[in-house]
Every structure is written in structure tokens, then in C-alpha cells.
Design a protein. Structure first.
Length: 517
């Protein structure tokens, strides 16, 4: 076990807040919850009765998503374990511990990497991982009231930025007239964004989106990062622009209620939580058809590639160009092949792969382009039966939108990455789309669309196999691996198209498990 003494010489940030009662203590615990993750340590200190356990209780309830969860003091058990919505949580009390050796005997070290540690009386054995921690000190403030407390948050290492972020969020909510409201974490996606549902006193709710500017990663090609080449949104400007753009097209995207663009904070309309799949995680046919009709509605319009953000500021939607498509499919070689297939990727193997994909993508040069929302599938679609027509589908993820082939979003829906869409349902959705386009435009080229659909389906499946392998290997998120068999099934469907015959041979040669039953 690594132990060290408290050192104020480490880089740190401090924030002291006065609260009037236990509800105020819970509010501050909620304020820091979005910044926490597995492998981190939060230490709690203060006099007996200052509210350490109350703070821990509020924090754990927030991270588990259970506002009524029983959270007893671990004074006698030493450690209590909880399943958070994103990672395990350990609540420990070292008051009765006299040395680090006693913790070693309890197996405390085994929890350090996989769980968030919330530790009371950490000073009994020294401060753990002193370079990377959040210290929470609570003190009674009797002059301000019988339940009043002063809470001092001190973040060391990367927690220093977390403290600064929490202060920005609190300031933003105060400025938006939402200070002190109850905040409930919402399970997010595979990205670095975080979401909270604000429970307003009148019974309504709103969504707080926390999406600080994405730091540019290391250069991977021609001096550019992966995110730059793949055209991933670097700030909330893209979300604001696309949300307003979709609403201007009479689709249901969240209204922007308040924004701090520089801080990456948005207060947006809560479209609800009713999805488009049933309890067995199967598509609800009517809802998928309405989602398909929303794409038809969008694709029949001539759409701009530049949208307003605020005032005179505009946002240009990037193109889904060749380099973006290529770097995405190469994720299969970078992550899936070595990590899942245990296959060494040679230079000739990669070169052959890239050449075949370049040739396949050349077909897109003469095809019509539209907005590609990029993640148009079940986790990002909300069912709102109280609205009419295509507005019954709420769309909540579109900040990485591009200008590209219309078929991409149709594939995203009909070959849903998170659930199994059977082939009959997929074909019915495909036929509905083609008939809808032909009704609006008798010259619509169904054969060209079918070829583009298969191409973008193969591209998307290939990319996602790489992304899900990366989420497991690099980000410690193994839950995504359960989707690999379904993604593989989609890939096989797409590679049946005659235009992808050479690519199918490549997969059969180098990664046969992806194309053979």
C-alpha cells in the first residue's frame, strides 16, 4: 500500500462553501459526483458530527442513482461496497485502523484500480495516493446555525481541474436560476460527456450537459490527431448548432435553455426517457418506423452546411470525407485484430485493407449528400407519444454530425449497434425508406442507394468492432464486448453485396471469424 503524509506543496485547487443544513451538504456532494471515476480517492475529514457520513451518503446515492439507498456508517465493518452506475464504490472508515498493514490484510489494495474509494479518517494511516486525490473537510459552523457547515474541497493533481469544473457548474446553475436544485446523474454514452437531470421544484425536469472542450490528442497521421481526421466535435458549439438546425427542420431535438459555450455547459430540454425498444431489448416496430420516417423527412430537404450558433457565430458541418472514413475502418486493425482476434497486423495486410476500402469509397464521389447524424440508433432516440408525426421521435446525440451519404443513418437505425435487429425488420425498414424516397422523387436511384447502404453498413460495422475493442482494452469498459457478435452479424450481411466481394475476400483471408459462421 502506498501511504504518504499530507502535503500542501502539491499542485492543488481549493473551494470553500458554506451550507445551511444537510440538504446543502448533499448538494455539494452532487456537485462533485460528475467528476469522479474508478481508481480515484476521496478523503473525508472533520470533527465527529460534522457530516462526513452525510456527505458520503449523498455522494454514494448520486453515483448509484438510488436516492433512497441505505448507506450506513462503515465504522464497524471498515468497508462497505456499492455498485455504482458506472463503477464500483468502496466507502471506508479508518477510525479503528492503526496501520497500513491492517488494511493490507483486508485486501484494500485490490480495490484501488477498479473502484472509487471514499475514505473517512484517512489520516489514521496517512493519505493514500497523495498526488491524486480529493480532500473534503467538513467543519461545524454554529454561528451560522445548528446544522450549518463549512465544506472545504481541495483537489490535488487532476482533481484540481475537477474542483474548478465543479465551481463553474455551480456558477452556471446559479446564473441560470437553477442553484440548489436536486441533480440526478443520467447514464451517459461511450464519450467523455456527462449528463444530469435537474429536478425542478414544480415537478418538471431539465438536462445539464457537461461537455468541456475536447483536448486534441496526439498526432496520428500527417500531424493531425484522430479526432481531427474523423471530424469529432471538439466543443458544444456543434451540439447547439445541430440542435437548432434539427428543430428548424421540424424535428424533435432538445431546446437550448441556457449555455456557457466556453465552459462546455448546456442546460437543455428534457425529452424524457422512454425509448424505442421493449423490455426484451427488441425494436418496437412502430417507433422504429417513425424514426425511419424522421430520416425521410430530413433527407427530402436541401440542408445547409453552415448553421448559426449564437449571435454572429456560425458552425460549419464537416464533410464525411475519405480520410475520415479510412481512419475509422482502420480501428479494426488497431484494436480489434490484436486485442480480440489476437492477430498481428503486418504492413502488407494493412496496405491491402486500405487499398480495397479506398476503391470501395470511390463510389460515393457521385452520390448525393445530406446531414449524417452519425449515432442515430436506440440509445439516442426518445419516444414522445404526446407529439405528432415525426416529432414523436426525440433525437439527443448529433454533435458529431457530418455531410455525407444518407444511407449512413439508415444503417445506424436498421443495424442498431446496441441491440439485435433481425434481418426481416431491417429489410422492412430499408424498403420503407426506398418507397418513401421514390414517392417524393420518382428519379430516386434505389440500386445506388442499396450499394451505398451496404458500403456504409460494412464501414460502420468495421469501425464499431474497433471502437468496442478499444473501449475494453484502453478504457476499461468490457460491457461493450457483448455487442460484438451482433456487429459481426451485421458485417456479414453487408459483405454479401456484390460490390464488396473483394473486401469480403480480405476479411475471409485475414479475419475469417468475422465472415464465417
Amino acid at each position: 500500500m502506498v501511504v504518504a503524509s499530507h502535503s500542501s506543496s502539491l499542485p492543488h485547487a481549493e473551494w470553500t462553501i458554506a451550507v445551511a443544513d444537510e440538504a446543502g451538504t448533499a448538494r455539494i456532494a452532487t456537485a462533485i459526483a460528475a467528476s469522479l471515476k474508478a481508481g480515484q480517492i476521496v478523503t473525508l475529514s472533520g470533527d465527529l458530527g460534522a457530516g462526513k457520513t452525510a456527505f458520503a451518503r449523498a455522494l454514494i446515492r448520486n453515483l448509484t442513482g438510488d436516492p433512497a439507498l441505505e448507506v450506513p456508517s462503515p465504522t464497524f465493518t471498515l468497508m462497505q461496497f456499492y455498485d455504482g452506475t458506472s463503477f464500483p464504490i468502496v466507502h471506508a472508515d479508518f477510525y479503528r485502523v492503526n496501520s497500513a498493514e491492517e488494511l493490507d490484510e483486508l485486501g484494500f489494495d485490490e480495490t484501488l484500480d477498479r473502484a472509487l474509494l471514499i475514505v473517512e479518517w484517512a489520516e489514521r494511516v496517512g493519505v493514500l495516493d497523495s498526488a491524486e486525490r480529493l480532500d473534503v473537510r467538513l467543519a461545524n459552523d454554529p454561528a451560522a446555525g445548528p446544522q450549518a457547515r463549512r465544506i472545504t474541497l481541495t483537489g490535488y493533481g487532476h482533481f484540481a481541474e475537477g474542483i474548478a469544473r465543479s465551481r463553474r457548474i455551480e456558477d452556471f446553475l446559479e446564473a441560470s436560476g437553477r442553484g440548489g436544485v436536486r441533480r440526478v446523474p443520467v447514464q451517459g454514452d461511450a464519450s467523455t460527456r456527462a449528463y444530469e437531470r435537474l429536478m425542478l421544484p414544480d415537478g418538471r425536469s431539465e438536462i445539464l450537459m457537461i461537455s468541456p472542450k475536447r483536448p486534441d490528442g496526439p498526432p496520428v497521421r500527417a500531424g493531425k490527431s484522430y479526432s481531427a481526421i474523423a471530424h469529432l466535435a471538439e466543443s458544444v458549439h456543434a451540439f447547439v448548432a445541430m440542435a437548432n438546425g434539427l428543430r428548424a427542420q421540424d424535428l424533435s431535438a432538445p431546446a437550448i435553455l441556457s449555455a456557457n459555450l466556453d465552459a462546455g455547459l448546456l442546460l437543455i430540454e428534457d425529452l424524457g426517457s422512454e425509448g424505442v425498444i421493449d423490455a426484451e431489448r427488441k425494436p418496437i416496430r412502430e417507433r422504429y418506423e417513425v424514426a425511419l420516417d424522421a430520416l425521410l423527412h430530413l433527407h427530402e430537404e436541401t440542408l445547409p452546411d453552415r448553421l448559426p450558433v449564437t449571435g454572429s457565430e456560425t458552425y460549419t458541418i464537416p464533410p464525411y470525407d475519405l480520410e475520415a472514413m479510412l481512419i475509422e475502418v482502420e480501428l479494426l486493425l488497431d484494436w480489434y485484430a490484436p486485442h480480440i482476434a489476437k492477430t498481428e497486423v503486418s504492413g502488407s495486410m494493412r496496405g491491402h485493407f486500405v487499398r480495397l476500402w479506398r476503391e470501395a469509397f470511390s463510389f460515393l464521389d457521385g452520390q448525393p449528400k445530406t446531414w449524417v447524424l452519425r449515432d442515430y440508433h436506440s440509445p439516442n432516440l426518445i419516444w414522445m407519444p404526446q407529439r405528432d408525426g415525426v416529432k414523436r421521435i426525440g433525437i439527443i446525440d448529433f454533435q458529431d454530425a457530418l455531410i455525407g451519404p444518407a444511407a449512413y443513418d439508415v444503417v445506424s437505425l436498421a443495424q442498431d449497434a446496441r441491440i439485435a435487429v433481425d434481418e426481416a425488420t431491417e429489410l422492412a425498414l430499408f424498403a420503407r425508406y426506398v418507397m418513401g424516397r421514390r414517392k417524393a422523387d420518382p428519379d430516386f436511384d434505389a440500386a445506388a442507394f442499396g450499394r451505398t447502404y451496404a458500403l456504409m453498413g460494412a464501414q460502420r460495422a468495421t469501425k464499431i468492432l474497433g471502437i468496442f475493442a478499444r473501449l475494453d482494452k484502453r478504457d476499461g469498459k468490457p460491457a461493450y464486448l457483448k455487442h460484438l457478435p451482433q456487429i459481426t452479424a451485421y458485417l456479414r450481411r453487408n459483405l454479401r453485396h456484390e460490390s464488396l466481394a473483394e473486401l469480403s475476400v480480405w476479411y475471409d483471408t485475414y479475419l475469417p471469424q468475422l465472415v464465417r459462421d
